[in-house]
Unconditional design. Sequence first.
Length: 114
Amino acid sequence: QVPLVESGGGSVQAGDSLSLSCTTSDRSGIYDMGWYRQAPGKEREVVAIISWTGDRILSADSVTGRFTISRDNTKRAVTLQMNRLQVEDTARYHCYADTTPRTWGQGTQVTVSS
C-alpha cells in the first residue's frame, strides 16, 4: 500500500463544479489510480480510473461527460474534475491506487444540494 492524500471536497449547489485531488509520496507510482465513491446506505462504486500512462480511462456511465480524470506523474497526482454536479453525486469520494494490496484514501466528502 501507498500513502494517499485527498483534497477538494465540499458542499455545492447542483450544477456547480468541484475538483478533487489525490497525491502520493510513493516514488514508484507505476500503477493505475482513480476514484471510487460511497453514498450512505449504498455500496462503493467506481467513478473513474486512469492508467499509469493515461491512455486508458474507465468511468462510470453516470459521470461520463460530466467528470474528467487526469494525472500528472511528475507530481504523483490524480485529479477528478467534476462539472454539472447532481444531487445524486453526493457521496464520500475515495482515492484509489491499484497497488498490491489495493490502497484506499480516507476519503473526502462531496455534498450536492438542489
